[in-house]
Design a protein around this ligand. Structure first.
Ligand SMILES: [Zn+2]
Length: 281
């Protein structure tokens, strides 16, 4: 079984996790830029983080046989801090990098005017750079937040097939299915979706445009939740081809729109911490 986790924050995880993920079948991940818990106070702090997602983290992943790509953005929560606004001016040069396969995660946290401005500006950047977009939906007031998210996406004139709306549940999946956007589900140990509910949704909505992720980060989360969903699908009567579609071919198709996914040959993943370029063997 091959698994592509389309949303995971490996910066917050240990090398043991990489090992366990590889043993479970994970062969590729996308790490979106997000809030690190501790508020950042200046633009340079973001740039060091972006460089880590482009250099150090792919190097670490490659040692465990996992392809690492990233999505870059000013995250919704820190879009509210005026000290971080300058990140938007730095993003264009970062979006040109080879292992950046999307703009993200963008969207709403508390649905403020500042968040909306950053969201719209970054949708425009995605359009200009011909990149797909990973959109976070708020954990509070999710239905209203998702509805407004879809309006903003529509108004931005970005084709729905280039947009992934994430952290969905039973209440929000229907409107996203109708929108033509891709549907993302984060499977957590005790909040949001769990594997059984996910399998039920796959039965109801089918496997088209459906993506499953662990969204594992510094909070209570589990990087093996993708595998649990795969096993749950098989136990519920889905075939291996269905599992491969949801856990591998769908994320490859979505992020492949960037033109930058290279999962066949050994992807270049350097430079390492010493500045040497490392090639995956
Ligand atoms: Zn996330």
């Amino acid at each position: 079984m091959r698994i592509f986790d389309p949303h995971i924050h490996m910066t917050s995880r240990t090398t043991d996790d990489y090992q366990r993920m590889h043993a479970a079948g994970v062969r590729a991940v996308v790490e979106p830029a997000f809030w690190l818990g501790q508020p950042r106070t200046n633009v340079g702090s973001f740039l060091d983080y972006f460089d880590a997602l482009l250099g150090w983290e792919p190097y670490r992943a490659a040692q465990y046989g996992i392809h690492h790509y990233c999505a870059l953005a000013l995250n919704p929560k820190e879009a509210n801090d005026p000290r971080c606004a300058g990140v938007l001016a730095e993003l264009p040069r970062y979006l040109l990098k080879d292992s950046v396969v999307a703009v993200g995660e963008v969207g709403y946290d508390s649905m403020t005017a500042e968040e909306e401005r950053a969201f719209e500006a970054q949708l425009a950047l995605a359009r200009e750079n011909d990149l797909p977009v990973l959109v976070h939906t708020p954990h509070r007031d999710k239905v209203a937040g998702t509805r407004r998210t879809l309006h903003v996406v529509r108004d931005a004139g970005i084709p729905p097939e280039r947009v992934l709306i994430d952290h969905l549940n039973e209440m929000t999946v229907g409107m996203v299915a109708d929108s033509g956007c891709w549907m993302g589900f984060s499977i957590y140990p005790d909040t949001k979706m769990d594997p059984d509910r996910m399998v039920a949704l796959l039965k109801e909505y089918g496997t088209d445009r459906m993506l499953v992720n662990s969204a594992a980060d510094w909070g209570r989360s589990d990087p093996l939740k993708t595998r649990e969903v795969a096993d749950g699908m098989l136990a519920a009567g889905f075939g291996e081809d269905d599992v491969d579609r949801v856990l591998w071919r769908n994320p490859v198709a979505f992020y492949g729109q960037s033109g930058r996914l290279d999962l066949e040959t050994g992807a270049q993943v350097g430079p390492d911490h010493a500045g040497n370029t490392i090639k995956r063997g």
